[in-house]
Each structure stands twice: as C-alpha cells, then as structure tokens.
Design a protein around this ligand. Structure first.
Ligand code: ATR
Length: 290
C-alpha cells in the first residue's frame, strides 16, 4: 500500500512526482512513509507525464499541493511557473514545486542544495569545524566535471559559496558556456588530468562516466586525484564508483551521490510541509530499498 489510499480524505494534501519514466522513483516511498510517521494527512503519488506544459495547463482540476520534477522535465517545467527561486532560474532547472494557497506555483532547485551541503559537511567533518561557521568552500578551487543539468547545479552552487569554479567537459563548448556564466575557467576532460595549479582542490563528477553498466570507467586519472582534498560523485548507481574507490585509496574525503539524493529530498520535504524532514527515516528507507 505505497500510497496509503485508505487514508485519503477530501482534505488530504496530494503531492506527485512528474517524470517519464517515473515508476522507479523512490520518492513516493520516502514521502509517504514520512507523512505516515509524522501523522500528516498527505499522500505522494507517481505521475507519469509526457507533455509537461500540457500537464500544467490542465491539471488544475485536481487540487495538488506540490510536485517533484524529474527527468526529462526539469528544464521545460520551469517555463510553467509563477515564481522561480533565483538560483534555480540561473541553473535553468527546477525539481521542486509548491502550490500556494492562491493556486500559483513557486519552484526551487533542491539538487544543488543537496550536493553542496553534502560536500560542505564532508569538509567540516574532516576539519572538525562546526556547521554554523562560514562555508568551507569559500576560496577553494572547485572542479566540476560535466556541464549538463547536474554540472550546472554544482557550478552555480559552488560559485554561490564563494568557491572559484573550473568546469571540465568532453564537449569543450559546453564547458566554456557554463564557465563563463559562473565566472570560472573551462577545460576539456583530458586537460583535467594535468590541471593542478594548487593543492587541496575539490572535485565533483557530474558526468555519467562510471555509471552502471560502465562501472570500470572513471572520468579522471587516479594520479590526478592526489591534488584534491575531497571527491564527490553525483552517480549513485553504483554507490561506490571507481572514482570514489580510487579517491578513498588516495586517502581523500569522499562524498557519495546517494548523499545528494537524500539531502535534496530533505529540502523538498521542508518546502512542502514547512517541517524538518525525518532524516533518519529517509536514510533507513533509502538503504533498505537500495
Ligand atoms: P545530467 O542532467 O545528469 O547532468 P546531462 O545533462 O545529459 O545529464 O549531462 C551529461 C554529462 O555527462 C555531460 O557533461 C556529458 O558531456 P557532453 O556535454 O560532452 O555530452 C557527460 N558525458 C556523458 N557521457 C560521457 C562520456 N562517455 N564521456 C565523457 N563525458 C560524458
């Protein structure tokens, strides 16, 4: 009983995840179990949507309270919003939509918050500083591999925290375009292997290199990793990518893609309900249903 249908009443708040494909998404499980545990009269369903513009023009007959938005709709959905969080607008992608009491839609990008907060906490845990202090990313050289949706989220998020951003991508033109937007430097993916103007850099992989089924691949040489303090991989299938394994062997701080996934969910929960997410429950469900 994934959707708790027995609990739905006329005043139940209904949320949904819009995507195609969407059936594999674990968000309904995470949100419904959390709503149940906290005692919220809410339900969260899968919404298989082909044409997202048509969906937003016609769905209003159902009184949805909010949406999550996933592949391939994160960019087009942005055009259907009444208000967009400024950084989400810069990134050019949204994944979280809240319907306000007057029926208007406000949207956010929680991917960048999830990734950046995971990286910040990884650095803080290693140097023992408290979460209240300023961002440990300030002034750091932050290398983003990839210039797609996830690459943009990381690049803008890092820039916002005061990091100096470098974007490296297989297609150099895309790296250049994104680097210009965040006031950073562009490289090709090959050039990253010889790029070490300083030590203690941060690396974030957002390319699909190393993703299942190509688990033997890595986007950067092991040798190059020695110039970094921390390595993050946005890939979460598999959880432990070759990149992260090699970074661990080099004694680096590693941050898993699953951590970004879980934390972006915390932010969505907060935007939907105004409450802190039941973080332990989210983590437990994610690991139990991995
Ligand atoms: P996402 O939303 O996950 O970022 P995306 O927008 O499709 O997905 O972006 C995929 C990223 O992985 C791009 O940076 C892509 O590089 P190109 O811009 O050159 O296409 C990168 N990528 C995908 N397959 C790759 C491969 N085999 N080698 C190197 N980079 C790859």
């Amino acid at each position: 009983d994934l959707y708790n249908f027995r609990l739905i009443r006329p005043d139940t708040k209904v949320y949904g995840i819009i995507g195609k494909p969407v059936g594999h998404s674990k968000s309904p499980l995470l949100f419904n179990e959390s709503f149940k545990k906290v005692g919220l009269n809410s339900v969260y369903v899968h919404l298989l949507v082909d044409d997202v513009k048509k969906f937003f023009n016609t769905y209003s007959s159902v009184d949805f309270a909010g949406f999550s938005c996933t592949i391939p709709h994160k960019e087009v959905a942005l055009e259907c919003m009444d208000e967009i969080d400024p950084i989400a607008k810069k990134i050019g992608a949204i994944n979280n939509i809240v319907r306000r009491p007057d029926g208007t839609l406000k949207s956010y990008n929680t991917d960048y918050i999830g990734a950046i907060s995971a990286i910040e906490d990884g650095l803080r845990e290693s140097n023992g500083s408290s979460p209240a202090t300023s961002s440990p990313l300030a002034g750091k050289l932050f290398v983003v591999l990839g210039a797609g949706g996830a690459g943009k989220s990381l690049a803008y998020g890092a820039q916002q925290k005061g990091a100096r951003v470098v974007v490296a991508n297989r297609t150099f033109e895309r790296a250049k375009e994104l680097a210009e937007k965040v006031g950073g430097k562009a490289l090709t993916l090959e050039e990253v292997n010889d790029f070490h103007p300083e030590e203690g850099m941060i690396l974030a992989n957002t390319t699909s290199v190393g993703m299942k089924p190509n688990i033997d691949l890595t986007p950067i040489s092991k040798e190059a990793l020695k110039h970094y303090d921390l390595v993050f991989d946005a890939i979460y299938t598999p959880k432990d990518t070759r990149l992260l394994r090699e970074a661990r062997e080099c004694g680096k701080i590693i941050v898993y893609g699953t951590e970004m996934l879980i934390r972006q969910g915390f932010e969505q929960y907060k935007n939907f309900t105004g409450l802190q997410a039941p973080e332990e429950l989210f983590r437990e469900l994610m690991s139990r249903h991995a």
